[in-house]
Design a protein around this ligand. Sequence first.
Ligand code: GCU
Length: 137
Amino acid sequence: AAVTEHQAESATISGGLVESNHAGYTGGGFVNYDNASGAYVEFTVTAATAGPATLSFRYANGTTTNRPVSVTVNGSAGVGVAFPGTGAWSTWGTGSATASLAAGANRVRVTATTANGGPNLDRLTVDTGTTSAGRPA
Ligand code: GCU
């Protein structure tokens, strides 16, 4: 399958900071969302062909309160993803959603929907279930 990884610290950030003060992240750090609804991280994801993809977000939430987000692709209707507590800010989990990608570049925006903001977001993994040439895996 065509699996690509996208580090949050390399994405476009509106309402958040790149930090590295909690262990276990991949790449150079993670995004600490502002504690505000509407804060977002937007990834550019390129797909060989149009079709569904599994979006898996690696995150940490050291609180006991869910930090839900809405995920949109190219301004589509949002799909909700829950990011419940992981036990510690240095303990990382995964939240997933299915979305339709267009062929070419896609804007995958991950927007906090509560006043607590999003979780600490490490990266997005995209699996299109196809080969890199767009054929079924
Ligand atoms: C703590 C933690 C941050 C986290 C923040 C939050 O300050 O150190 O990494 O982002 O809580 O509640 O969002």
